[in-house]
Design a protein around this ligand. Structure first.
Ligand SMILES: [Zn+2]
Length: 289
């Protein structure tokens, strides 16, 4: 989740810089923006809500993975079906609502083997919860046919529990699952073998990142960032799940340095409720007080 980012680094102009570098494609619903990240890799953005969630369609020769399904405000499956005829497996970066909204439209739903993240997917979200999710604000008009009064996220059954270092073979392209807990217990990143793209989920994105949720853990999060920095020699670019679909990999090194400053009490912060808010160049971190 990405909500308080509205008050921090909210761009004057969309699309954000990293997305402007990518080829923009036609889409069915004006709720989405679709960009080609590389041959066979598409980013589907929802720039109309403060979350600015990004889902990714990653195609091999034999099948495709849809990494996350956004907020469920417009029909993501219809967009995906315009881009490929291949059979699609949904892989979940983690169980927060803004990544699982359209899971219910797909029969194959995979997630990391974490009871808490799996439970969030399988429970869905009530209308009351979804009303709160809409509260932070909208940037674009809601699409035709969407009624915020009846917005809910339907439950989906997780059909496969993924393991750390499991390899998903798409035919001519593999995705390796890297377990990177911290933001949530079951958060994962995917490393792509063809273009060396690292899909970072909510473990890294250029915005306010969150280590203060009930299911977050700052020390575990820091270890995951260290782990990802060690992977960087095998990475060309980062593809985060919010804000920008194509980010220079050196950003992760700066996040690693920021974590070190935070745990050594060497960074300035503001207090917001029960959290400390740290701001750095291009990203931030909320941690428990
Ligand atoms: Zn999240």
């Amino acid at each position: 989740m990405n909500q308080p980012a509205k008050n921090l680094m909210w761009p004057e102009v969309l699309p954000r810089g990293g997305n402007r570098r990518l080829e923009k494609l036609e889409r069915l619903s004006p709720w989405f923006e679709i960009y080609r990240v590389s041959e066979g890799v598409f980013a589907v953005l929802e720039p109309g809500h403060t979350e600015e969630a990004i889902s990714y369609l990653i195609l091999g020769g034999e099948r495709g993975v849809l990494l996350d399904t956004g907020m469920g405000i417009a029909n993501l499956r219809a967009e995906i079906e315009r881009l490929t005829d291949l059979s699609i497996v949904v892989v979940t970066s983690h169980g927060h609502y803004d990544h699982v909204g359209d899971h219910h439209r797909f029969s194959e739903v995979w997630a990391f083997d974490s009871d808490s993240d799996v439970a969030r997917i399988e429970q869905g979200r009530s209308r009351e919860e979804c009303t709160q999710y809409m509260a932070p604000g909208l940037y674009l008009e809601l699409p035709d046919g969407f009624d915020p009064a009846t917005y809910e996220i339907l439950p989906s059954r997780v059909t496969r529990r993924l393991q750390h270092l499991e390899v998903i073979d798409l035919g001519g392209r593999t995705l390796t699952v890297h377990h990177t807990p911290g933001h949530t217990e079951g958060s994962i990143c995917l490393l792509d073998s063809r273009d060396n793209l690292l899909f970072t989920g909510d473990t890294f994105y250029p915005g306010m990142m969150f280590a203060h949720f009930e299911d977050s853990d700052l020390a575990v999060y820091q270890k995951s960032i260290d782990y990802l920095v060690d992977l960087l020699p095998r990475v060309n670019h980062l593809c985060p799940s919010h804000n920008e679909a194509y980010v220079d990999k050196t950003a992760l090194v700066r996040v690693q340095e920021a974590f070190e400053q935070i745990v050594n009490d060497a960074a300035p912060f503001e207090t917001e409720g029960n959290a400390r808010v740290y701001r750095f160049d291009g990203f931030g971190l909320m941690v428990p007080e």
